[in-house]
Ligand binder design. Structure first.
Ligand SMILES: [Zn+2]
Length: 253
């Protein structure tokens, strides 16, 4: 194959047919979101991370291709903020189902889904479980943040940040990663602090019921101050082996 790409949709159908015949039976795709990430980060923050991380995964796995990223997800609780988009849960689940059915139809037997946005996790989990029942000979693995907490804890110590500052949405970690992937899209004069207080089930429930703006006026859960491209590289380097171990282990089961 002359083309030097792992992106499925950059090939022709004849090229894909030969790739599958030659054992390229793993396909990876990301599911992101198009939603507010505070005053400094673009709405595409999660879509960008989904696409870039799926690309990393596809490069790390043998004979894997990357399928188009789902760039809009379930973000209902961000709709107070202009520009945010949301799919209905039923739409998102239907999309994931249709992606998987398409791949299985062509003979892919290992499917990896990288989820960059927490709101998409329950839908992904549900569809993956159903598809495993339907296709017992196909391995489907989704990755969100499994096994990552101890690594993030270590980085927090190293950077002298609290877990609240590292953040769960547009905080220090995410602001750094977005700068790593697309520095030009980040307004560095507007890297600010959001809600960094306690986070528990009750807060999580409140966010989903009443909207993110009732917890954080600027839309950030975390503290973006001090975040940078260099820090982004550190987060990514530390998290990549944990993610790849999890995916490889679960693809083999
Ligand atoms: Zn995000």
């Amino acid at each position: 194959m002359k083309k030097n790409t792992i992106r499925l949709d950059e090939y022709t159908w004849e090229e894909i047919r030969s790739l599958i015949e030659n054992g390229h039976k793993t396909v990876v795709f990301g599911i992101g979101a198009t939603e507010q990430h505070g005053p400094s980060l673009p709405l595409m923050a999660d879509a960008l991370q989904a696409d870039e991380t799926a690309n990393i995964i596809a490069h790390e796995l043998p004979k894997a291709l990357q399928a188009p990223t789902i760039r809009v997800g379930y973000s209902k609780y961000h709709m107070h903020f202009p520009g945010s988009m949301t799919l209905r849960v039923s739409t998102l689940q239907a999309l994931i189902e249709d992606y998987i059915d398409s791949f299985v139809h062509h003979g892919f037997n290992k499917i990896v889904i990288f989820v960059s946005h927490g709101g998409n996790v329950p839908s992904t989990q549900k569809v993956v479980a159903e598809k495993h029942q339907q296709y017992p000979n196909v391995r489907i693995v989704y990755y969100y943040d499994q096994d990552a907490m101890p690594v993030i804890g270590k980085l927090a110590m190293e950077f002298q940040l609290t877990p609240g500052q590292i953040g769960t949405h547009a905080g220090h970690m995410e602001a750094s990663m977005v700068q790593y992937y697309a520095e030009d899209l980040v307004d560095k004069d507007r890297l600010v602090e959001g809600y960094t207080g306690e986070w528990n089930e009750e807060m999580h429930h409140k966010m989903h019921e009443n909207g993110m703006h009732t917890i954080s006026k600027n839309g950030i859960l975390g503290d973006q101050r001090g975040s940078s491209k260099e820090m982004g590289q550190k987060y990514i380097d530390a998290l990549k082996p944990v993610m790849m171990n999890y995916i490889k282990k679960n693809l083999e089961e």
